[in-house]
Design a protein around this ligand. Structure first.
Ligand SMILES: Nc1ncnc2c1ncn2[C@@H]1O[C@H](COP(=O)(O)OP(=O)(O)OP(=O)(O)O)[C@@H](O)[C@H]1O
Ligand SMILES: [Mg+2]
Length: 247
Protein backbone atom coordinates (compact mmCIF):
# COMPACT_ATOMS: atom_id res chain seq x y z
CA UNK A 1 0.00 0.00 0.00
CA UNK A 2 2.80 2.39 0.98
CA UNK A 3 6.49 2.00 0.33
CA UNK A 4 9.51 4.04 1.31
CA UNK A 5 12.34 3.25 -1.01
CA UNK A 6 15.79 4.22 0.34
CA UNK A 7 14.47 7.54 1.61
CA UNK A 8 16.58 10.24 3.21
CA UNK A 9 15.42 13.59 4.57
CA UNK A 10 17.91 16.28 5.46
CA UNK A 11 17.00 19.55 7.13
CA UNK A 12 19.37 22.50 6.74
CA UNK A 13 19.78 24.60 9.86
CA UNK A 14 21.29 28.07 9.42
CA UNK A 15 24.68 28.27 11.10
CA UNK A 16 24.61 24.63 12.18
CA UNK A 17 25.14 21.23 10.65
CA UNK A 18 22.32 19.79 8.58
CA UNK A 19 20.15 17.27 10.41
CA UNK A 20 19.59 13.88 8.79
CA UNK A 21 16.02 13.31 10.01
CA UNK A 22 15.95 10.04 8.05
CA UNK A 23 18.82 8.21 6.36
CA UNK A 24 18.31 5.45 3.79
CA UNK A 25 15.00 4.18 5.16
CA UNK A 26 13.20 1.42 3.22
CA UNK A 27 9.87 0.28 4.56
CA UNK A 28 6.69 -1.32 3.27
CA UNK A 29 3.19 -1.13 4.71
CA UNK A 30 0.84 -3.80 3.37
CA UNK A 31 -2.83 -3.26 2.55
CA UNK A 32 -4.90 -3.77 5.71
CA UNK A 33 -1.87 -3.79 7.95
CA UNK A 34 -1.30 -1.75 11.10
CA UNK A 35 2.31 -0.67 11.32
CA UNK A 36 3.57 1.16 14.37
CA UNK A 37 6.59 3.47 14.22
CA UNK A 38 8.39 3.73 17.52
CA UNK A 39 11.61 5.35 18.63
CA UNK A 40 12.90 8.13 20.83
CA UNK A 41 12.09 11.80 20.46
CA UNK A 42 13.63 13.21 17.26
CA UNK A 43 14.22 9.75 15.75
CA UNK A 44 12.19 10.63 12.61
CA UNK A 45 8.73 9.16 13.27
CA UNK A 46 6.70 12.24 12.35
CA UNK A 47 8.94 12.83 9.32
CA UNK A 48 8.10 9.29 8.13
CA UNK A 49 4.35 9.98 8.29
CA UNK A 50 4.71 13.34 6.55
CA UNK A 51 6.56 11.65 3.70
CA UNK A 52 3.64 9.30 3.18
CA UNK A 53 1.05 12.06 2.65
CA UNK A 54 3.56 14.30 0.87
CA UNK A 55 3.71 17.02 3.50
CA UNK A 56 7.44 16.36 3.37
CA UNK A 57 9.45 15.66 0.24
CA UNK A 58 12.38 13.24 0.44
CA UNK A 59 15.88 14.64 -0.14
CA UNK A 60 16.58 11.37 -1.93
CA UNK A 61 14.74 8.11 -2.54
CA UNK A 62 11.07 7.57 -3.39
CA UNK A 63 7.75 7.25 -1.59
CA UNK A 64 5.13 5.08 -3.29
CA UNK A 65 1.39 4.86 -2.66
CA UNK A 66 -0.23 1.90 -4.47
CA UNK A 67 2.81 1.74 -6.77
CA UNK A 68 2.65 5.43 -7.73
CA UNK A 69 5.37 7.84 -6.71
CA UNK A 70 3.55 10.29 -4.43
CA UNK A 71 5.54 13.12 -6.03
CA UNK A 72 3.48 12.46 -9.19
CA UNK A 73 0.10 12.36 -7.42
CA UNK A 74 -2.23 15.28 -6.81
CA UNK A 75 -1.44 16.14 -3.16
CA UNK A 76 -5.05 17.09 -2.35
CA UNK A 77 -6.44 13.79 -3.63
CA UNK A 78 -3.62 11.89 -1.91
CA UNK A 79 -4.45 13.49 1.44
CA UNK A 80 -8.14 12.65 1.02
CA UNK A 81 -7.11 9.00 0.74
CA UNK A 82 -5.01 9.29 3.88
CA UNK A 83 -6.60 10.49 7.09
CA UNK A 84 -4.01 12.20 9.26
CA UNK A 85 -4.15 12.51 13.03
CA UNK A 86 -1.61 15.22 13.75
CA UNK A 87 0.55 15.06 16.87
CA UNK A 88 -1.18 17.36 19.43
CA UNK A 89 -4.43 17.57 17.50
CA UNK A 90 -3.72 20.21 14.85
CA UNK A 91 -7.26 21.62 14.89
CA UNK A 92 -8.23 24.94 13.33
CA UNK A 93 -8.65 27.28 16.32
CA UNK A 94 -11.25 29.53 14.65
CA UNK A 95 -13.56 26.61 13.76
CA UNK A 96 -15.78 24.85 16.29
CA UNK A 97 -15.66 21.08 16.79
CA UNK A 98 -18.41 20.41 14.22
CA UNK A 99 -16.69 22.50 11.57
CA UNK A 100 -13.29 20.94 12.29
CA UNK A 101 -14.62 17.40 11.98
CA UNK A 102 -16.80 18.14 8.95
CA UNK A 103 -14.27 20.25 7.06
CA UNK A 104 -13.16 17.61 4.57
CA UNK A 105 -16.78 16.58 3.88
CA UNK A 106 -17.57 20.21 3.18
CA UNK A 107 -14.60 20.49 0.81
CA UNK A 108 -15.95 17.38 -0.94
CA UNK A 109 -19.22 19.26 -1.51
CA UNK A 110 -21.48 17.13 0.71
CA UNK A 111 -24.86 18.69 1.60
CA UNK A 112 -25.47 20.04 5.10
CA UNK A 113 -27.66 17.23 6.36
CA UNK A 114 -25.21 14.56 5.28
CA UNK A 115 -22.30 16.42 6.92
CA UNK A 116 -24.28 16.89 10.14
CA UNK A 117 -25.12 13.21 10.46
CA UNK A 118 -21.56 12.14 9.59
CA UNK A 119 -20.17 14.53 12.23
CA UNK A 120 -22.60 13.15 14.85
CA UNK A 121 -21.46 9.63 14.00
CA UNK A 122 -17.76 10.54 14.17
CA UNK A 123 -18.08 12.35 17.50
CA UNK A 124 -19.94 9.34 18.85
CA UNK A 125 -17.01 7.17 17.75
CA UNK A 126 -14.57 9.12 19.96
CA UNK A 127 -17.09 9.53 22.78
CA UNK A 128 -17.62 13.27 22.50
CA UNK A 129 -21.40 13.76 22.18
CA UNK A 130 -22.14 16.40 19.56
CA UNK A 131 -24.76 17.99 21.82
CA UNK A 132 -22.09 18.79 24.44
CA UNK A 133 -19.03 19.37 22.30
CA UNK A 134 -20.15 20.28 18.78
CA UNK A 135 -20.28 24.04 19.25
CA UNK A 136 -17.10 24.39 21.32
CA UNK A 137 -13.87 25.80 19.97
CA UNK A 138 -10.55 23.96 20.37
CA UNK A 139 -9.41 26.38 23.09
CA UNK A 140 -12.46 25.27 25.13
CA UNK A 141 -11.37 21.62 25.16
CA UNK A 142 -8.85 19.66 27.18
CA UNK A 143 -5.77 18.30 25.40
CA UNK A 144 -7.22 14.79 25.31
CA UNK A 145 -10.54 16.05 23.94
CA UNK A 146 -8.72 17.95 21.20
CA UNK A 147 -6.84 14.79 20.36
CA UNK A 148 -10.10 12.86 20.06
CA UNK A 149 -11.56 15.53 17.76
CA UNK A 150 -8.42 15.10 15.64
CA UNK A 151 -9.07 11.35 15.43
CA UNK A 152 -12.72 11.91 14.44
CA UNK A 153 -11.64 14.32 11.70
CA UNK A 154 -9.16 11.82 10.23
CA UNK A 155 -11.97 9.30 9.70
CA UNK A 156 -14.39 11.78 8.09
CA UNK A 157 -14.07 10.56 4.50
CA UNK A 158 -13.61 6.92 5.49
CA UNK A 159 -10.13 6.87 3.92
CA UNK A 160 -8.36 3.61 3.03
CA UNK A 161 -5.27 4.75 4.97
CA UNK A 162 -5.09 6.52 8.32
CA UNK A 163 -1.83 7.99 9.59
CA UNK A 164 -1.90 8.63 13.34
CA UNK A 165 0.83 10.56 15.14
CA UNK A 166 0.74 9.60 18.82
CA UNK A 167 -3.07 9.60 18.84
CA UNK A 168 -3.40 8.21 22.35
CA UNK A 169 -0.58 10.20 23.96
CA UNK A 170 -2.29 12.92 26.00
CA UNK A 171 -5.17 10.83 27.34
CA UNK A 172 -5.91 9.66 30.86
CA UNK A 173 -5.46 5.89 31.26
CA UNK A 174 -9.20 5.11 31.13
CA UNK A 175 -9.89 7.13 27.99
CA UNK A 176 -6.72 5.75 26.42
CA UNK A 177 -7.77 2.19 27.11
CA UNK A 178 -11.23 2.89 25.80
CA UNK A 179 -9.90 4.38 22.56
CA UNK A 180 -7.35 1.61 22.15
CA UNK A 181 -10.19 -0.88 22.39
CA UNK A 182 -12.19 1.15 19.88
CA UNK A 183 -9.13 1.14 17.66
CA UNK A 184 -9.11 -2.67 17.65
CA UNK A 185 -12.71 -2.45 16.45
CA UNK A 186 -11.84 0.04 13.68
CA UNK A 187 -9.09 -2.33 12.61
CA UNK A 188 -11.18 -5.45 12.46
CA UNK A 189 -14.26 -3.75 10.97
CA UNK A 190 -12.47 -2.84 7.76
CA UNK A 191 -9.39 -3.57 5.71
CA UNK A 192 -8.07 -0.10 6.38
CA UNK A 193 -4.32 0.42 6.57
CA UNK A 194 -3.00 2.20 9.66
CA UNK A 195 0.39 3.74 10.30
CA UNK A 196 0.60 4.66 13.93
CA UNK A 197 3.30 6.52 15.85
CA UNK A 198 3.80 5.68 19.49
CA UNK A 199 6.32 6.15 22.25
CA UNK A 200 4.80 3.30 24.13
CA UNK A 201 6.05 -0.19 23.37
CA UNK A 202 3.13 -1.85 25.14
CA UNK A 203 0.69 0.12 22.96
CA UNK A 204 2.69 -0.80 19.86
CA UNK A 205 2.67 -4.49 20.74
CA UNK A 206 -1.05 -4.45 21.46
CA UNK A 207 -2.25 -2.52 18.44
CA UNK A 208 0.21 -3.18 15.62
CA UNK A 209 0.76 -6.12 13.31
CA UNK A 210 4.36 -5.03 12.85
CA UNK A 211 6.62 -2.51 14.51
CA UNK A 212 9.30 -0.33 12.94
CA UNK A 213 11.91 0.92 15.38
CA UNK A 214 13.74 4.13 14.44
CA UNK A 215 16.87 5.48 16.03
CA UNK A 216 18.33 8.84 15.00
CA UNK A 217 16.91 8.62 11.49
CA UNK A 218 17.89 5.00 10.92
CA UNK A 219 15.44 2.14 10.70
CA UNK A 220 16.91 -0.34 13.14
CA UNK A 221 14.39 -3.18 12.85
CA UNK A 222 10.96 -3.96 11.41
CA UNK A 223 9.04 -6.99 12.59
CA UNK A 224 6.39 -8.47 14.83
CA UNK A 225 6.48 -8.16 18.60
CA UNK A 226 8.08 -11.56 18.91
CA UNK A 227 10.71 -10.69 16.27
CA UNK A 228 11.75 -7.68 18.35
CA UNK A 229 11.60 -9.51 21.66
CA UNK A 230 13.18 -12.80 20.62
CA UNK A 231 15.40 -11.73 17.74
CA UNK A 232 16.48 -8.12 18.40
CA UNK A 233 18.59 -6.76 15.53
CA UNK A 234 21.09 -5.14 17.89
CA UNK A 235 21.75 -4.08 21.47
CA UNK A 236 19.64 -0.95 21.08
CA UNK A 237 16.54 -3.00 20.20
CA UNK A 238 17.30 -5.39 23.06
CA UNK A 239 17.59 -2.49 25.51
CA UNK A 240 14.48 -0.81 24.11
CA UNK A 241 12.39 -3.95 24.51
CA UNK A 242 13.98 -5.07 27.79
CA UNK A 243 11.68 -2.91 29.90
CA UNK A 244 8.68 -4.56 28.26
CA UNK A 245 10.06 -8.08 28.41
CA UNK A 246 10.80 -7.61 32.09
CA UNK A 247 7.34 -6.20 32.87
N1 LIG B 1 10.80 21.26 9.58
C1 LIG B 1 11.97 20.91 10.16
N2 LIG B 1 13.07 21.66 10.00
C2 LIG B 1 14.24 21.30 10.55
N3 LIG B 1 14.43 20.19 11.28
C3 LIG B 1 13.37 19.40 11.48
C4 LIG B 1 12.08 19.72 10.94
N4 LIG B 1 11.23 18.73 11.30
C5 LIG B 1 11.94 17.86 12.04
N5 LIG B 1 13.23 18.25 12.14
C6 LIG B 1 14.29 17.50 12.83
O1 LIG B 1 14.30 16.19 12.28
C7 LIG B 1 14.47 15.20 13.30
C8 LIG B 1 13.30 14.22 13.30
O2 LIG B 1 12.11 14.90 13.68
P1 LIG B 1 10.71 14.16 13.83
O3 LIG B 1 9.71 15.24 14.06
O4 LIG B 1 10.50 13.27 12.68
O5 LIG B 1 10.94 13.30 15.15
P2 LIG B 1 9.93 12.38 15.99
O6 LIG B 1 10.51 11.02 16.00
O7 LIG B 1 8.55 12.55 15.48
O8 LIG B 1 10.06 13.00 17.46
P3 LIG B 1 8.94 13.18 18.66
O9 LIG B 1 8.80 11.84 19.30
O10 LIG B 1 9.59 14.17 19.58
O11 LIG B 1 7.68 13.70 18.05
C9 LIG B 1 14.66 15.98 14.59
O12 LIG B 1 16.02 16.13 14.83
C10 LIG B 1 14.02 17.33 14.30
O13 LIG B 1 14.64 18.33 15.07
MG1 LIG C 1 6.83 13.38 16.30
Amino acid sequence: MIRLDDVSVRFEHAGANAVAALAGVSLEVAHGETLCLIGGSGSGKTTCLRLMNRLQAPSSGRVLFRRDDVAQLDPIRLRRSMGYVIQEGGLFPHLDVRANVGLLCELEGWDRARIASRVDELLELVRLPASDYGERFPAELSGGERQRVGIARAFALDPPVVLMDEPFGALDPLTREHLQREFQGWKSASDRTFVLVSHDLREAFELADRIALLRAGLLVQVGTASDLLERPADDYVATFTASFAGA
